[in-house]
Each structure stands twice: as C-alpha cells, then as structure tokens.
Design a protein around this ligand. Structure first.
Ligand code: BES
Ligand code: MN
Ligand code: ZN
Length: 496
C-alpha cells in the first residue's frame, strides 16, 4: 500500500480525486466556505453526525466534492486513540466499497500523533491474510493520501508511521502463517532474507551449534519434534562501534501442543501464534530496515516446536541451562521460559545496554490484562518507564506488573536449582521471576504478550503487537539515551 502525506485543507480535500474521502471531524470543528465544510456543518446541525469517535455518516456524489463517496467520521478530541477509533469505524464501509484510493482529511491542528494513528490504523484495518487461500482476494486499497495542514511538519512522523505499519504487517503475516509453514527453519530463512534486503548481520544456528553452546534447556524443549530447532541472531549496527546494543529476545515456539503435559484440543490451533514474540522481533527489524536509525540492536530468536513423541522431554526431567543452573521440568507446557532462559544467557555476550524479551508466555497474563495491555515486568525502573512511554505513544500499551521475590517461593524444588512451574496463583509473575534468574548482568524487561499478540473469534489473527512499541522504544534510544536504572547490585539482589 502506498501512503502519501499531502498539505490539504477542507477545500483541497474536496478537490482531491479519490474513490473515498474520509473526513475526520473533531469536537472543535471549524467550517470554511468549501463543500466539505458545508456538508459537515449541516450534518452536525441536523445531528446526523456527532463528533464522538466511532460515529459515522456516509454521503454519495456530493456537489463540489470530487470523491464520489464521502465518509464523515467523528474523531472526538482528535487524539491518536480517537483517530484510530474513527478509522476503525470507517473500515467496514471502506472494505465494502472496494475503494482503491482513499483520501483522509485529518482535523485542523493535527500533529504527529494523528498522522501516525491515521497511517497505522488504515494499514491495520485494510490488511487481509491471503497466503494460504487458493483464490486470494487481497487488499483492495492501493493508495492512501493523508491530508494535513502542513505536510512538511509531519514528514518525520509520517516516515516512522509507514515503517511501523510495514513492520507490524510483516509480523502479522508471519504470525498468521500456519504452523506447517512457519516452522523454525522458515523463521531462520525469513531472518536471512531480512538481513540480505536491509544489510543486517545474521547468524542462524541449528542443533549442533546450540548443543556446543550448552543450551540444555532449549534443547530439552525441542527434543520431541522432528522439525529441527533454530537459534537466530540478527544485528542492526546503526550506532557507533562499541555503543552497547539493545537486545530483543523473542519466543519462537512455532507450535505449542503442551508436550507430554498436553493441552486440551479446543483452540489448540491458536498455539501457532506462540511465535508472536519472534514475529515481533522480525517485524521490528523490518521497520529498522526502512528507517536505519543510529542505534545498535541485536535480535535473538530461539525457535522450535513443543511436541510429543518418544523422545520428548517429560515431567521430572532435569535440564542444565547454558547458565549452569539446573531446572526441574514439572510441566512441559511451561516451555517458553525454558527456551528463553538460554537466549537470555546468550545475550550477555553483547554487553547490552538493555535486554527486552517478548513472549506469549502465560495464559495467566491473558486473565490478568486481557487483550488491551501487554504485561511489563522490569528489573530496572528507567527501562520500564521508557517502555511504558513508548507503548503509550505507539497506542500499543503495557501495564507494569510486580517482581517481588516472594513470588519465586513456589519455584523451589528438592531436585534442581529451580523448577519450571509453581502453583496457579500469579502465573504471569512466577514466569517472569523464573526468567529474571537468568538476567543478573544487565537491565532487563519482559513483555508478556499472551493476550495481545493475536485475537480469537471471527476476527482471529495476529495483531503484530508489540512492534509499534518496540520500534518507538528503539527510535527513542537514538542519540544515546541510556537507561539509568537501579544499578547492578540492586538487580542481582532482585534476581537472587
Ligand atoms: N504459550 C503458552 C501460553 C499461552 C496460553 C498463551 C494460552 C496464550 C494463550 C505457554 O507456553 C503455556 O502453555 N503456559 C502455561 C504455563 C503453565 C503450565 C504454568 C499456561 O499459561 O497455562
Ligand atoms: Mn506451553
Ligand atoms: Zn507456549
């Protein structure tokens, strides 16, 4: 899809040739003398339109307006969130009209936030998954003109929004692929393709290399599958040489059957989305490839299936992680933390400024936060603050969760250094506490995206979250913004 940012007022929008003109109307709407203003004014006066976000009015072949279809959409106070809601409300009509070219007139006074929301919401609502359909009917919308009062002023936000939309869509596409397509091998190939197209460094390791690294925990999970595991490392070196990188670690379970601790059959297909963390890392790199910001970023993806056969790992098995810590497997369905812990240990070699892992880790997080906010856990307050701010700005919000040491009590076992599960209480926090044991040497944050990475039901599909947040966070690091956290002593204590 092709986006264009254009300087347009209501009169300019009236003259703009396209299939649909979408006019976003805020509470403070000020009318001019043009046909669009007149239409809005009379619709508001007749109460056929309200400026409340989500309200919609359609008009057809209006005099003085070049586009045959006009959609007036309430956009509330014009905030990013309201613009997003307005575009989402218009999306159904847009799809039904099979429009190829859309012009969006943003409210007067719109800034970067509105531009970003308009671009991302349009991309989001027009995406159609077609890859494994025999008669693909793809996205109709080809061209979107975003009209603002001063296109020059919105240029940077517009470029970033387009990159974010591209990255989000890349993550969604990978997430939506069936598990017999999106195998660990395929994820490795996608990483190599990204590297080739955008100049990243890449390394894709297989079982032999991973064994050499001593990743006994990761290998334990992969044992029951005939798909070979992959350990992917991508590097964007946009910053100064020697600048400590931010490391992103994405959970890449391409199918989670639960293993011997098998899951119930209902909705098990949704466990193809268990590589959502990995998809978000690849999607973020896709966006980095567009923008090439001056930051150093490493993406790490441990990827395998969690399956069951005669060689599967089983409850009671003790795995030796790369860190040396031994782990008693009490439930083979708590596999995400077992592949992530070795990746977190591997991350140490980059002497990172911060490590953020992203994982569809626990059903408990879905219960706690639903599909609205991802769970954020962090050993470092500055890092947590930056991630929260990035999430708010990108309309990809998180909610910070606790990491009190008392939550680790249940992970004690007589047979190893740590068990992989405790009781059902506070399951999302316990999982985070498990991961924290492997992160004593850098500021660390964990995003549990189990509730936000995909949607169930009629609109079942990947959301591409949290690519928006991650990109925003990384762009904010440009120019060397460092995380000044609690320091190593406090972190190690927290991890003990
Ligand atoms: N991938 C799942 C988490 C999940 C479940 C995400 C449902 C979204 C929806 C993860 O590997 C898992 O199975 N976690 C277990 C942990 C439990 C055994 C401690 C869970 O949440 O049930
Ligand atoms: Mn599982
Ligand atoms: Zn899982």
């Amino acid at each position: 899809m092709d986006f264009e940012l254009k300087t347009l007022d209501a009169a300019g929008a009236a003259a703009e040739k396209s299939d649909v003109l979408l006019v976003l109307v805020t509470e403070g709407f000020k009318a001019g003398k043009d046909a669009v203003s007149k239409l809005v004014t009379s619709a508001l006066a007749a109460r056929d339109l309200e400026p409340k976000a989500g309200k919609l009015l359609q008009a057809y072949r209006c005099e003085g307006i070049a586009a045959p279809r006009v959609l007036l959409a309430g956009a509330g106070d014009g905030s990013g969130k309201k613009i997003q809601a307005a575009v989402a409300a218009a999306a159904g009509v847009l799809r039904a009209s099979a429009a190829k070219k859309l012009t969006i007139l943003l409210p007067a006074g719109s800034g970067d936030e509105a531009v970003r929301a308009a671009v991302c919401a349009t991309a989001e609502s027009s995406y159609v998954y077609v890859t494994t359909k025999s008669k693909p009917e793809g996205r109709e919308l080809k061209k979107v003109v975003v009209g603002v009062a001063d296109a020059g002023a919105g240029r940077q936000a517009f470029g970033r929004a387009k990159a974010a939309a591209t990255g989000i869509e890349f993550a969604r596409e990978l997430g939506n692929l069936p598990p017999n397509y999106a195998t660990p091998t395929r994820l490795g190939e996608e990483a190599k393709k990204l590297a080739k197209n955008h100049g990243f460094k890449v390394e894709v390791m297989g079982p032999k290399e991973v064994e050499k690294l001593g990743m006994g925990s990761f290998m334990g999970v992969a044992k029951g599958s005939s798909e070979p595991l992959r350990f992917i490392v991508l590097r964007h070196e946009g910053g100064a040489k020697g600048d400590a990188p931010v490391v992103l670690v994405g959970k890449g379970i391409t199918f989670d059957s639960g293993g011997v601790s098998i899951k119930p059959s209902a909705d098990m297909d949704e466990m193809k989305f268990d590589m959502g963390g990995a998809a978000s890392v690849l999607g973020t790199f896709r966006a980095l490839g567009e923008l090439k910001p001056k930051v150093n970023v490493v993406g790490i993806i441990p990827s395998c299936e969690n399956m069951l056969d005669g060689s599967s790992y089983k409850p009671g098995d003790i795995l030796t992680s790369m860190s040396g810590q031994t782990i008693e497997v009490l439930n083979t369905d708590a596999e995400g933390r077992l592949i992530l812990c070795d990746a977190l240990t591997y991350a140490e070699r980059f002497k990172p400024k911060a490590v953020v892992d992203i994982a569809t880790l626990t059903g408990a997080c879905v219960i706690a936060l639903g599909g609205v906010r991802s769970g954020l856990f962090a050993s470092d307050d500055a890092l947590a603050g930056q991630l929260q701010a990035a999430g708010d700005a990108a309309l990809d919000p998180v909610w910070r969760m606790p990491l009190d040491d008392e939550y680790s009590e249940g992970l004690k076992t007589n047979f190893a250094d740590v068990a992989n599960v405790a009781g059902r209480a506070a399951g999302a926090v316990v999982a985070a506490k498990f991961l924290q044991r492997f992160t004593p040497n850098y500021p660390w944050a964990h995003l549990d995206i189990a509730g936000t990475a995909w949607k169930s039901g009629a609109g079942k599909g990947s959301t591409g979250r949290p690519v928006g947040l991650l990109l925003e966070f990384l762009l904010a690091q440009e120019g060397g913004a460092v995380t000044k956290g609690q320091g190593k002593a406090a972190r190690s204590k927290a991890a003990a």
